[in-house]
Design a protein around this ligand. Structure first.
Ligand SMILES: NC(=O)c1ccc[n+]([C@@H]2O[C@H](COP(=O)([O-])OP(=O)(O)OC[C@H]3O[C@@H](n4cnc5c(N)ncnc54)[C@H](O)[C@@H]3O)[C@@H](O)[C@H]2O)c1
Ligand SMILES: O=P(O)(O)OC[C@@H](O)[C@@H](O)[C@H](O)[C@H](O)CO
Length: 394
């Protein structure tokens, strides 16, 4: 066992176990997982290992991961671990970034007080555009002013684009067996970081691509894959499907998803003033990934947190607003928004909140409150019209 650098990963869920840990371990990082879920923490520390089942349409293989340890972020010794690492990575879900920021702020204060001169890089691996930059803003807001210069000198906040479809783990509930920690993943993965934001000397990590042009990768992934994925989930659920594979094989659903991804791609072609996806190769590769018959990815997972997904900057609304700016078609993208407004899931707090808001205020006002689309704007009327039309037909 050769460990040279230490990394701590916030979030021991799907992306943490299924992508971040194997990549960092391969480049000789000693990786500590960190989480708030005490059951999960206990299981990881009990078995210290798990298996990644890599499942493609035609082949399947596995990768065994050893030497994993999970730290409770609320334990008194957590900050000692955080103090000694060179790299922090985060995938806890967008809504939990604030609580992670509190831990990071406390640690920066300790580093400052101890005059610690070691650089710390923080890669944010959430599904948001420019997550590192947003996380930095949250941290700076909480950090005392006299420590900002130290933070600027020694802490790197890095935007990244992380791509691997990792469904919810189907725990076999046998907590006496390490397989309860196994994850199933697709073979494809991509992890791209903004090299301009990295502080200090970069130690190459096999599996991470550095780029000076992250916005291209991010926009392509977020506004093609995640836009299509969300529309597949919301529209598929309305048609009674449970998984991506079922939904993508309904010709009506498939057509709406495919056309909406093309509309979003047209927006990117205009934004970058170049053809991003020659011959629709990217779109069809994403389709093949959605169409993985051996992976059970529930539409409820993909549709989770609908309020976030309906925000102005997110995957459903932003492509439409930009299509309007470039005078492009957005007819199919509208289906994503209209069906997201119908998303119901009693296990998802945002879904419950969304439906309560709709009951209280009606669709038009909710579009204003959640998505910042003015009630008098024609886009608001178009969405309300489509929402009512779909509702009548289901
Ligand atoms: N699953 C995917 O296919 C996928 C792919 C790319 C990106 N992502 C993104 O990665 C992020 C995580 O997704 P996931 O599927 O791994 O979710 P997940 O729910 O499987 O894992 C999140 C983990 O974070 C933990 N957590 C919550 N708050 C925490 C905190 N304050 N400190 C430490 N741990 C905390 C949770 O207990 C959980 O174990 C999301 O933003 C998601 O969009 C997911
Ligand atoms: O994680 P979310 O909720 O932002 O989006 C759900 C899925 O679209 C997402 O997790 C994809 O599986 C992932 O982005 C693939 O890389």
């Amino acid at each position: 066992m050769r460990f040279f650098m230490k990394a701590l990963h916030f979030g021991s869920g799907n992306i943490g176990r299924g992508l971040v840990v194997p990549i960092l371990q391969k480049s000789d990082y000693e990786v500590y997982l960190a989480d708030v879920d005490t059951n999960l923490i206990q299981l990881i520390n009990k078995f210290n290992k798990y298996r990644i089942n890599i499942i493609g349409n035609k082949n399947r293989y596995f990768q065994d991961i050893f030497n994993v340890k999970c730290i409770d972020v609320n334990s008194h010794y957590f900050s000692d671990y955080l103090f000694c690492v060179d790299l922090v990575t985060i995938s806890v879900g967008v809504n939990n970034l604030y609580t992670v920021a509190i831990k990071i702020v406390n640690n920066i204060i300790i580093r400052f007080k101890k005059n610690h001169k070691k650089v710390l890089n923080i890669i944010v691996c959430e599904n948001i555009v420019l997550g590192g930059t947003k996380f930095k803003k949250i941290v700076l807001k909480m950090l005392p002013l006299h420590i900002h210069q130290y933070c600027h000198n020694y802490i790197g906040f890095i935007d990244s684009c992380v791509d691997r479809i990792i469904p919810l783990t189907n725990h076999n509930n046998d907590y006496n067996h390490p397989s309860c920690l196994d994850v199933s993943v697709e073979p494809f993965y991509e992890w791209v970081i903004d090299q301009k934001q990295y502080k200090g000397c970069y130690k190459h990590i096999v599996g991470i691509v550095k780029t000076k042009n992250l916005s291209f990768f991010l926009d392509r992934k977020f506004f093609i894959l995640n836009t299509g994925h969300a529309i597949l989930a919301y529209f598929g659920l309305l048609h009674g499907y449970e998984t991506t594979y079922q939904a993508i094989n309904d010709m009506n659903v498939k057509n709406i998803v495919q056309q909406s991804m093309k509309e979003s791609m047209n927006v990117l072609n205009s934004k970058y003033n170049q053809i991003i996806d020659k011959n629709d190769i990217y779109i069809s590769s994403v389709f093949d990934r959605f169409n993985n018959k051996n992976i059970t990815d529930y539409l409820l997972r993909i549709g989770r947190n609908p309020i976030n997904k309906l925000k102005k900057q997110d995957r459903l609304i932003k492509p439409i607003i930009q299509a309007i700016q470039f005078n492009l078609s957005y007819k199919y993208l509208l289906y994503g928004v209209a069906s997201a407004l119908m998303y119901k899931n009693i296990h998802d707090n945002e879904a419950i909140k969304l439906q309560n808001l709709i009951k209280e205020y009606g669709i038009s006002l909710v579009l204003y409150k959640v998505s910042e689309i003015d009630v008098h704007h024609y886009l608001n009327n178009e969405i309300v019209y489509l929402y009512n039309k779909i509702k009548k037909n289901i």
